[in-house]
Design a protein around this ligand. Structure first.
Ligand SMILES: C[S@@+](CC[C@H](N)C(=O)[O-])C[C@H]1O[C@@H](n2cnc3c(N)ncnc32)[C@H](O)[C@@H]1O
Length: 557
């Protein structure tokens, strides 16, 4: 029989193919892959036939077998499938599968939150080809004391849905293949059909099955919702909706009391303005208990993810709002290191400062005691009003009555200057209706976007009366700049001290703990924890170096 199988494979591998594999090729390879796995598990004759276990595929098996996939792991096979998809479809449907390192780590986090007990029911509501269920299933197989009982139990204990019928078909093969060694160990007459653990379905549907654990890597991206859908998600919705937030909301509703939701997520839910109601829902219903930041350039993703990503575990009806934070990084091999524990305190809607590195731990704990914010000192933050491409015909060289434009590139650690690269777009002719854009009062200006590799996130400078005079008494601030203005000049936090504070490494590190994004938003600037007035008064007269040391001592004290 083995000779027969190998002969079939060789024949399959000879089918001429050109170019990158298509989805049809991937599907056509699966039967061969299955047969090889069945033979390796010790099965023979008709027992190696995929049709005994799997339903017909959702597409005809018209493609060509891909020889290099025959010995692939399920994860590699799944990855080949998503790579074969049209990139637009892949992006629109969020079809990026979790690499094994992250799936295994997420499963370890589930077990740790569940006191090492296998959940009575484990569900993935956006299962794809089952990557997140594989570590659990492998553990069940490895620790199985009784093959027949385990095979019976798996079908009731592990489940997943996905809208993608091809992923479901492949995933059912991958998951069932893990069960082949148990199946093979039974006498043929005791072998029942292997379970189909995945089904086609919408993971956002309301289900009342109360799983003890939900694992997911939900699709990301903004969606436009109908009024009915806005009502459905109203508890966690604020402004724009994002699919991952809806999946998290649904999972928190669905999971059993005491159960865990473990997810691969972008870190934007920790600090972003649009996630403030979601943060309240999490803190009230299913507090975040463990968080592992995935450092970019670890190589766990085939390309660096565009957003900072994390593995997050939430526990329903948990009393404790203390999060254990770690980071996964590459140091030859993958390493996970502790970065500290942090308590999430009220108001829950505000961004949650979370340490990204061990050296931030004391800083975050110190900052969590501070109740003052920019608004308490009369400061507000807005974005520069000039969206330049809407005013192209008005922008150019100097001319009578024109006002200079202040661009992000004009802001540096030594103050504001005129970046020569912007000379050709330096001036704007304001029409009557554009007059609101003219800034004639002192402010602190800050870059709104920074490059990932940039040393500092907070790059700002004072635009005081003197600087404004140099610019002719008025400027128009472009939209990539934040403008911080003070309603009255009273109080200890004047523009000079504010700019000096924001220039310290301590405030830059604190800002990074509020958001993993390279954007510097008004919302997160307004959330920066600041010392009380008596402390600021002591700092007003300090020079930069002494101030920087005093700030570092104070925040970490
Ligand atoms: C990022 S992938 C994760 C797949 C798999 N859980 C993993 O970790 O490899 C997200 C999956 O969500 C699926 N999906 C998108 N919207 C869905 C919905 N409303 N219900 C169920 N699945 C959905 C996509 O087809 C895709 O397979």
């Amino acid at each position: 029989m083995i000779a027969e199988v190998l002969a079939d494979e060789v024949a399959a591998s000879r089918v001429p193919r050109a170019g990158a594999p298509t989805v049809a090729d991937i599907l056509a390879t699966l039967p061969w892959w299955w047969q090889r796995r069945a033979v390796a598990a010790g099965l023979r004759a008709g027992w190696t036939d995929w049709r005994r276990t799997l339903p017909p595929p959702p597409l005809e098996l018209g493609g060509s077998c891909i020889p290099w996939l025959l010995d692939a792991t399920p994860e590699q096979f799944g990855d080949a499938y998503v790579r074969a998809l049209n990139p637009d479809v892949r992006a629109a449907e969020g079809r990026h599968y979790t690499p094994p390192t992250l799936a295994e780590e997420l499963w370890r986090m589930v077990l740790s939150a569940a006191s090492r007990r296998m959940p009575a029911l484990l569900v993935d509501p956006a299962a794809g080809a089952g990557s997140l269920l594989l570590p659990a299933l492998r553990q069940m197989v490895k620790s199985s004391p009784d093959a027949e009982a385990t095979l019976e139990r798996v079908g009731q204990q592990v489940a997943g849905v996905d809208l993608d019928s091809i992923a479901v078909w492949l995933g059912n093969a991958f998951l069932a293949a893990e069960l082949l060694p148990l199946w093979s160990s039974l006498e043929p007459r005791r072998r029942r059909d292997l379970p189909q653990l995945l089904h086609v379905g919408d993971g956002l549907d309301r289900v009342h099955d109360r799983p003890e654990a939900i694992v997911m890597n939900p699709p990301y991206g903004r969606v436009r919702l109908s009024n009915g859908d806005r009502e459905r998600w109203s508890r966690s919705l604020y402004g724009h909706s994002n699919r991952y937030a809806m999946f998290l909301h649904a999972a928190i509703e669905r999971v059993a009391p005491g159960g865990v939701v473990a997810a691969v997520l972008p870190t934007s839910f920790l600090g972003g303005a649009y996630y403030q109601r979601l943060r309240e829902m999490i803190a009230e219903d299913a507090p975040l208990v463990a968080l592992t930041f995935i450092e970019s350039r670890t190589g766990v993703y085939s390309g660096d993810p565009l957003q900072e990503t994390c593995l997050a575990v939430f526990q329903k009806a948990g009393e404790d709002r203390v999060v254990s934070c770690r980071r996964l990084h590459a140091n030859g091999a993958f390493e996970i290191s502790d970065v500290g524990k942090v308590a999430i305190s009220r108001p829950f809607a505000a961004p949650w400062p979370i340490p990204r590195r061990l050296e931030h731990s004391r800083l975050v704990v110190g900052a969590s005691r501070l109740r003052h914010r920019l608004a308490d000192y009369g400061w507000s933050v807005s974005t520069g009003p000039l969206v330049w491409n809407r005013h192209k015909p008005q922008i150019g060289a100097w001319g009578s009555g024109r006002v200079p434009i202040l661009w992000a590139a004009d802001i540096g650690p030594d103050g504001v200057h005129r970046d020569p690269a912007r000379d050709h777009q330096r001036w704007i002719r304001l029409r009557q209706r554009d007059e609101f854009m003219r800034l004639t009062e002192p402010a602190v200006v800050m870059q709104r976007t920074t490059a990932p590799e940039q040393q500092r996130r907070l790059v700002g400078a004072v635009l005081d009366d003197h600087a404004l005079n140099d610019w002719g008494g008025a400027v128009v601030v472009e939209n990539h700049v934040n403008v911080l203005r003070q309603a009255s000049c009273e109080g200890p936090l004047d523009a000079r001290l504010l700019a000096a504070l924001l220039a310290t490494p301590t405030l830059d590190a604190l800002y990074r703990c509020l958001t993993g994004s390279v954007a510097v938003s008004a919302y997160e600037l307004e959330a920066l924890p600041l010392p009380p007035p008596n402390v600021l008064k002591r700092w007003v007269t300090l020079d930069e170096t002494i101030l920087s040391a005093a700030v570092a001592r104070y925040y970490s004290g």
